[in-house]
Design a protein around this ligand. Structure first.
Ligand SMILES: [Zn+2]
Length: 281
C-alpha cells in the first residue's frame, strides 16, 4: 500500500519514529530487527520530549516483551515429538500442533513468524527488549508449557502469542483470547487475569484500527474477545499474556489479507501499538 492512513496518536508517533527511513519492513527483510534497533538507539535526538513525555525510541525502554509465534514451520515433520502430552493444569494437551494453513498452502506457522518479526522490529524501535519463544530456529515446538515458561523466566511485562485461525469459510475477523481464572496443578492465573484483560482490550482496539479488520463475526459476540481455560500457553503464564488470532486462514477474504505482506505489516503495527498502549497508559 502506498498510502498510510494515520488514525491515532500512537500511530503518528510510530510513523514519526521511523523518520525519513520509512516504516521498518518496507523494502527490507522483516528479520532485520537488530540493525533497526541499533539505529534507533544511537539517535541522540530521541530523548524525552519537551513536555516531559517519553519520545518514540524511549517509551518502552526497560520493558521486556515476549512474542510467541504460534506453532513452528517444522512441526509437521515431528508428529511424534509434538504429540507428547504436557500438563496444562486444567488437563493434558499436545506439546504443540502444526497449526492451520490457507487453502493455497500458506502455513499459519509462516504467518506467525513473519508478523512476530515485524512486530519485534517495531517494538525495538520503541526501546523494548523483545524475546521470542522460537524464531524458526528449532526442529519443532517449543511445547506450550515451555512457551509459557519463557515469558515467566524473562519476567516479561507483556506477552502476546500470535496465531491465525482455521475456521469455516464465511467466518471472518480477528479475536483476542484472554486467560480464564484457573487454579489447578501448575496453573494459577489469578494474578494475571486482570492485567491480561487490559492488554487484550488495548490489543483488540489497536489491531482493529491498524488493520481495518473487523472483530470476529463467529467468536466473542462482536467484542473480539474470548476467554479460555484450555490453553497451556495462558494457563501456565505468570505474566500478562494473551493470544491474538489475526484472521481466519480458511476464509478466502481473510486469507487474501493474511497472505499480503503489506497487511501483515499493519497487523504488526497494531500489535505493537496495543502492547505500547498497555505498557505506557
Ligand atoms: Zn494457531
Amino acid at each position: 500500500m502506498a498510502a498510510v492512513v494515520v488514525v491515532s496518536l500512537g500511530g503518528w508517533l510510530l510513523w514519526r519514529a521511523w523518520g525519513d527511513g520509512g516504516p521498518p519492513g518496507a523494502g527490507r527483510p522483516a528479520a532485520g530487527g537488530s540493525s533497526d534497533a541499533a539505529a534507533g538507539g544511537s539517535d541522540g535526538k530521541k530523548g524525552a520530549g519537551s513536555d516531559g513525555t517519553a519520545a518514540p525510541g524511549d517509551r518502552l525502554k526497560g520493558r521486556t516483551v515476549l512474542l510467541d509465534p504460534g506453532h513452528n514451520p517444522h512441526n509437521r515433520d515431528h508428529g511424534r515429538e509434538i504429540g507428547r502430552q504436557v500438563d496444562i493444569g486444567t488437563g493434558r494437551k499436545e506439546c504443540d500442533t502444526t497449526g492451520t494453513a490457507t487453502d493455497d498452502g500458506y502455513a499459519e506457522a509462516s504467518f506467525t513468524l513473519d508478523v512476530a518479526r515485524r512486530a519485534r522490529t517495531l517494538l525495538q524501535h520503541e526501546g523494548a527488549k523483545v524475546i521470542f519463544t522460537q524464531d524458526g530456529d528449532r526442529p519443532y515446538g517449543p511445547c506450550v508449557d515451555e512457551r509459557a515458561a519463557a515469558g515467566n523466566k524473562a519476567h516479561a511485562d507483556a506477552a502476546v502469542s500470535i496465531h491465525a485461525d482455521g475456521s469455516a469459510a464465511g467466518n471472518r475477523g480477528f479475536h483476542v483470547i484472554l486467560p480464564a481464572r484457573v487454579s489447578a496443578g501448575p496453573a494459577d492465573t489469578s494474578a494475571i487475569v486482570g492485567p491480561a484483560r487490559k492488554l487484550g482490550e488495548r490489543l483488540a482496539g489497536r489491531f482493529a484500527t491498524a488493520t481495518g479488520s473487523a472483530r470476529s463475526n463467529y467468536i466473542g459476540g462482536g467484542t473480539g474477545l474470548d476467554t479460555r481455560s484450555d490453553l497451556g500457553g495462558l494457563n501456565l503464564s505468570h505474566v500478562p499474556k494473551v493470544f491474538i488470532e489475526c484472521g481466519n486462514m480458511r476464509d478466502p477474504k481473510d486469507a487474501a489479507q493474511l497472505t499480503d505482506a503489506g497487511w501483515r505489516e499493519k497487523a504488526a503495527r497494531g500489535i505493537t501499538a496495543g502492547i505500547t498502549d498497555f505498557l505506557t497508559r
